[in-house]
Ligand binder design. Structure first.
Ligand code: OAD
Length: 253
């Protein structure tokens, strides 16, 4: 791994590490990223058209069906070596914060304990009208690969149940967002993993860490606008690079 001894020393001495993740960290678990081309029923939409309150109100069964399809994929998925390496890192540094844009629970299932979900969670639906939390039935939904329309359940107030995710045009959860900002402004090392870094305000965390003087590392197989901004740009898949990085910088030797 092409990282200077000096930087490895600084990583090893970091007291607070922030790991910021996007859909790319779950790609190798079989969960499509947001900006991958969609297939089946959703092929003529892009994700940003489906992930809005307006889209849900226009066609609740289309949007609920799209999230049921993603939820089914997550329920059947397992954490991959990237999630596991991040969880292992937690045991090797004094403090580690995971900030994710992902709505899956693969970080938690890998063993990470301090995870801030900036864009909500698929497993916490609530009522669009009265905002009361709702629960899913226990069984795993049977979703055909191409997806299907699914009518959302109704709340006891009569409102439609919606997925517990943050849609475009909605505010991020305040407690998580404030905690993420505090962490970005106080960490010594910031790992930016598998995100296109185009969705604000989440993407601004990396610049906050750069401004604070933290070492910043990006892991992504494709170019992003941050390639020239970060301290170290590691091009490749998170499931391969993260275990190597954790071993190189925080291994036993
Ligand atoms: P995107 O789909 O925009 O970007 C995924 C990134 O992961 C891309 O830059 C890919 O190059 C990269 N990638 C793909 N496979 C990878 C791998 N194996 N290892 C590492 N990186 C890989 O997803 P996000 O950046 O997470 O928001 O998108 C941000 C937000 O936009 C999402 O949280 C969602 C979305 O619309 C909302 O729904 C509010």
């Amino acid at each position: 791994m092409d990282i200077s001894e000096d930087l490895i020393g600084r990583l090893r001495n970091a007291k607070h590490v922030l790991v910021f993740t996007g859909a790319g960290v779950s790609a190798e678990s079989g969960i499509p990223t947001f900006r991958d081309a969609l297939t089946g029923l959703w092929e003529r939409f892009d994700a940003e058209e489906l992930a809005t309150p307006k889209a849900f109100l226009n066609d609740p069964a289309l949007v609920w069906g799209w999230y049921e399809w993603r939820r089914m994929k997550v329920l059947r998925a397992r954490p991959n070596p990237a999630h596991l390496a991040i969880a292992a890192l937690e045991t090797r540094v004094p403090r580690l914060t995971v900030v994710t844009q992902n709505v899956d629970d693969l970080h938690e299932r890998a063993g990470s304990r301090d995870v801030l979900h900036l864009h909500g969670r698929l497993d916490s639906p609530f009522c669009f009208a009265c905002r009361r939390p709702a629960v899913y039935p226990n069984e795993i939904p049977e979703e055909p690969e191409g997806g299907r329309h699914v009518e959302p359940p109704r709340c006891s107030c009569g409102g439609l149940i919606r997925p517990g995710v943050v849609w475009f045009g909605e505010m991020l959860p305040e407690i998580e967002w404030n905690a993420a900002i505090d962490a970005a402004r106080s960490c010594d090392a910031f790992l930016c993993i598998g995100t296109s870094s185009v969705v604000q305000p989440a993407a601004s965390l990396t610049m906050m860490a750069i401004q604070r003087g933290a070492i910043t590392i990006q892991v992504n197989p494709n170019p992003t606008a941050l390639d020239d901004q970060v301290t170290i740009n590691l091009s490749g898949q998170a499931g391969k690079i993260l275990p190597e990085l954790v071993e190189t910088a925080w291994g036993d030797s």
